[in-house]
Design a protein around this ligand. Structure first.
Ligand SMILES: Nc1ncnc2c1ncn2[C@@H]1O[C@H](COP(=O)(O)OP(=O)(O)OP(=O)(O)O)[C@@H](O)[C@H]1O
Length: 274
């Protein structure tokens, strides 16, 4: 691992960072991505403190998935940099990816494998010892309530089970940074509580969690820090209390994003008009 204390500062050419980097698990500077005429992410800056539980919220199409994909080496930015624990994700993807566990949104899985085989494959791909992988796979399946489904093909899993097995794949190599796109989507309340427990324990022990979610209540309950993103730009970011500024996160979100609309029309939907 590159020592974050001497990691290059993307803002300062080749001079070493002496103050900021050590406490930052994920450092994004000027990240930009265009798809044709659409600027999905626009010179985005973000500092995710080490040990934080960081929530990324924003309306549909705000650029959350695109940002997380660029931050984790899945999508090459048009401009800007991403550093994970001081390692430049795009200059040294192998070292950076060794630190990261990713739960991507909508990425194809090798779903003709069983759940147990899929997690094993993820561990072996990370260069882990077969015996260690076997032990951790069994523990992860048990923790996520998937032991009985371990021999079932992933293609036959429900959406929630698929989410959980993908999370197991993200955890098996004991990463230092977890980047999770909508980790609680389609997950039942019991499993959500289990996942939350695993993630809180991870963060309490020095790991860092970055997650995107549309569920404001959940972000408010579990995240220490939050960034509100709209149209590819960070509108507010920092400790949850500071971003909320005395209001609920949902109200702050609606104020910043400008999403309050009055529903007019659709009179044909009102059954009382029959
Ligand atoms: N592969 C792609 N090709 C073209 N446009 C894309 C592509 N991926 C994303 N976009 C566009 O980039 C913008 C940001 O999309 P992105 O998926 O990052 O948003 P999001 O915040 O994750 O949205 P959601 O909350 O709905 O998942 C959108 O306008 C989207 O249409």
């Amino acid at each position: 691992m590159v020592d974050p204390q001497t990691a290059p500062d993307p803002d300062a050419g080749s001079s070493p960072v002496t103050t900021r980097a050590p406490e930052v698990a994920l450092l994004l500077r000027g990240l930009t991505k265009r798809f044709g005429d659409t600027t999905a992410v626009d010179r985005l800056d973000l500092d995710v403190p080490r040990g934080s539980f960081y929530g990324l919220v924003g309306p549909n199409g705000a650029g959350k998935t695109t940002t997380l994909s660029m931050a984790t080496g899945l999508l090459r930015p048009d401009a800007g940099t991403a550093h994970v624990l001081g390692v430049d994700v795009w200059d040294d993807p192998v070292a950076a990816k060794a630190q990261i566990g990713i739960l991507p949104d909508g990425l194809r899985l090798f779903d003709r494998l069983t759940g147990q085989q899929l997690v094993t494959y993820a561990g072996l791909l990370r260069g882990m010892d077969r015996e260690l992988v076997a032990g951790r796979t069994a523990e992860l399946l048990a923790a996520l309530g998937l032991t009985d489904a371990g021999d079932k093909l992933v293609i036959d899993y429900s959406a929630g089970m698929t989410k959980k097995i993908t999370l197991a794949c993200a955890l098996v190599h004991a990463p230092r940074l977890l980047v999770l796109d909508e980790p609680f989507e389609a997950v039942d309340p019991v499993s959500a509580r289990t996942i939350r427990g695993i993630l809180e324990d991870f963060a309490a022990n020095g790991g860092t969690v970055v997650l995107s979610s549309h569920v404001m209540d959940l972000v408010e309950r579990i995240c220490t820090d939050v960034a509100i993103i709209a149209a590819g730009v960070v509108r507010a970011a920092g400790p949850l209390g500071e971003v909320r500024a005395g209001a609920s996160l949902e109200d702050r979100f609606l104020d910043l994003v400008g999403g309050r609309t009055t529903v007019e029309g659709l009179a044909w939907l009102r059954t009382s008009s029959d």
